[in-house]
Ligand binder design. Sequence first.
Ligand SMILES: Cc1cc2nc3c(=O)[nH]c(=O)nc-3n(C[C@H](O)[C@H](O)[C@H](O)COP(=O)(O)OP(=O)(O)OC[C@H]3O[C@@H](n4cnc5c(N)ncnc54)[C@H](O)[C@@H]3O)c2cc1C
Length: 400
Amino acid sequence: MTTDVLIVGGGLSGPLTALALAETGLRSTVIDAQPRATFDGNFDGRAYAMALGSVRLLRALGLWDELAERAQPMTGIRASDGRAGEGASPLHLSFEAAEIGEPFMGQMIEDRHLRPALLAACEASERIEMRFGTTVTAQHVTARGVEVDAGETLRARLLLGADGRKSGVAERAGISRSGRDYGQTALVCAVEHERPHEGVAHQFFMPAGPLAILPLRGNRSSIVWTEDAATAANLDALSDAAYLDILRPRFGDFLGAIRLAGARHSYPLNLTLANAFVADRVALVGDAAHGIHPIAGQGLNLGVKDVAALADVLGAARARGEDIGAPDVLARYQRWRRFDTSVMGVATDAVNRLFSNDNPLLRLGRDLGMGAISAMPALRRKFIAEAAGITGDLPRLMRA
Ligand SMILES: Cc1cc2nc3c(=O)[nH]c(=O)nc-3n(C[C@H](O)[C@H](O)[C@H](O)COP(=O)(O)OP(=O)(O)OC[C@H]3O[C@@H](n4cnc5c(N)ncnc54)[C@H](O)[C@@H]3O)c2cc1C
């Protein structure tokens, strides 16, 4: 079987890439090791803060009308130091989308809605073939393109690794990685609460790591609660009632009484950056290129920008009659995305180091810093535009 692009990974980045490439006229096959049924959505509390720029791409790909009814607009963000039982520090940073003239900074989209919407769109496209339950075990560059071993031999002009943080595509292409283990685990769940969240996301910087409370539709919020790995393992082993007893004093009572809604998950956290985004007839997108700390909720948003940039580069190459797997074409993609993602990886790493500790001097510095930024409108607007993902050299699919 021969196509333009083979995409290993049917998570989020893989299907998004296939849809963006289809829009430029390119055909692709998406391969995932997991069975199709794994991706059918049940409510499980996982959700993504998709920045305004990423929402623009979903709209451009025709996915937004369906998702909009289920997404929760994020109109503001409030960040503050916090401690169990003490509530948030009175010195905080508060940002509102209205300050940059936008109705929202991003949208909270639940995993159970996003994944099925992407897969349904891929399955409806004449330019995309989906193969589930198929593991890619080998890849070879040939005189005319690239071949992969996935039960049978599949051929294309370009191979994309959208296969996550332990990307086998990158490893087989000889791309090394840099990074480190954070020794932290993110505990993820959803809660129902008495009072409305008004679309505001909260981030409490606790001594062991951040606690993010992200608004979902209705009186529900998604929780990303970071603890050191050993504490998280103990929390994971608790009953729902005991788990909630420990979460409650950290969460505080600003939304009234809370109770767990849906399943609990945990994710060990690490930083893993590919040392190159391209190799001979290979390119990486999403977590395969950059797995970062979730402290800023930017992981998937970085992947969305990879997808949009790659579609611009490959679409233009196709229109000019160039070989889409040629080294100079792939180098354009790498130039566009590698620096941006490395900066975000290093920035989230630094913020995590600065905030995930209980040093009194650092706490004071953080509180004063937040107070100072609050008083500088121009800097505030810059932060908001960054968080909304609408700064820098935006690819076509992410422009207003
Ligand atoms: C706790 C937490 C909270 C987060 N919150 C946010 C947020 O609010 N906003 C945000 O933007 N991002 C967030 N992220 C990041 C986001 O979840 C990831 O960036 C995103 O899920 C990565 O998707 P992906 O498709 O690149 O990789 P993955 O989801 O890892 O998909 C890789 C796929 O490749 C397949 N695969 C691997 N190897 C093979 C093989 N050999 N053959 C075939 N298939 C293979 C796997 O089965 C898998 O389906 C968060 C992450 C965490 C951990």
